[in-house]
Structure formats: C-alpha cells, structure tokens
Design a protein around this ligand. Structure first.
Ligand SMILES: [Zn+2]
Length: 106
C-alpha cells in the first residue's frame, strides 16, 4: 500500500521538524552565552542529529531500479545528496549502473 510509504516519510518529516523546533531555539537561547564554543557545540549537535536521521533513513529504505528491477539500499552520502521526491530518489543502480528515479521499495 502507498499508505505505509507515506507513513514512513511523514514520520521522518515530523522527526526532523520536532528536532529543528527543539534544537534551534536552544541554540539561539544558549549559544550567545557560550560564545564561539557554544555555537560550535550547537552546530555539532545539529549535524550529529541530522546525520543520525539520514543514517537511520538510508538503513531502513530500499529503492527499486526502474530499468532492471533490482532492489537495493544506498549509502548515507547518496541518501543525503541525491535529489528526491517523497516516493522516488535519483540514484545509480548498483546492478545495471543506470542513474534514474528509483521508487522506494519498502
Ligand atoms: Zn538497475
């Protein structure tokens, strides 16, 4: 069902939103008090949180190649930098090497 795909994407979007809503005000409130060190720590926390979410997403999501039908997972970097829509992502298929819009398979 399309519902479960959208559910996963929605959960991820909600997760990121909650994270940003929680972390950004904390940074604005506390970072000035700690000066440059505070800003660096805050940015590190944001980067770590985003990295954790992207890693979780790349480990849980498979894509199906439209050319050969192979289902595959992608690396964290590919997940982070590839263009995507809620249901498709433009990635290179490891089986046939064609870069195309691959559907989310699970
Ligand atoms: Zn392929």
């Amino acid at each position: 069902m399309a519902g479960s795909k959208m559910g996963g994407t929605l959960k991820m979007a909600v997760g990121i939103s909650v994270l940003l809503i929680a972390i950004i005000p904390l940074g604005i409130i506390f970072a000035p008090g700690f000066g440059a060190v505070g800003v660096v720590i805050w940015l590190s926390a944001v980067a770590a949180a985003v990295f954790t979410i992207v890693r979780y997403h790349s480990q849980c999501t498979s894509y199906k190649c439209p050319s050969c039908g192979t289902t595959f997972k992608i690396s964290i970097l590919a997940d982070f930098f590839s263009p995507h829509t809620p249901e498709k992502k433009k990635v290179r298929c490891p089986a046939c090497g064609i870069k195309d819009w691959c559907e989310v398979a699970d």
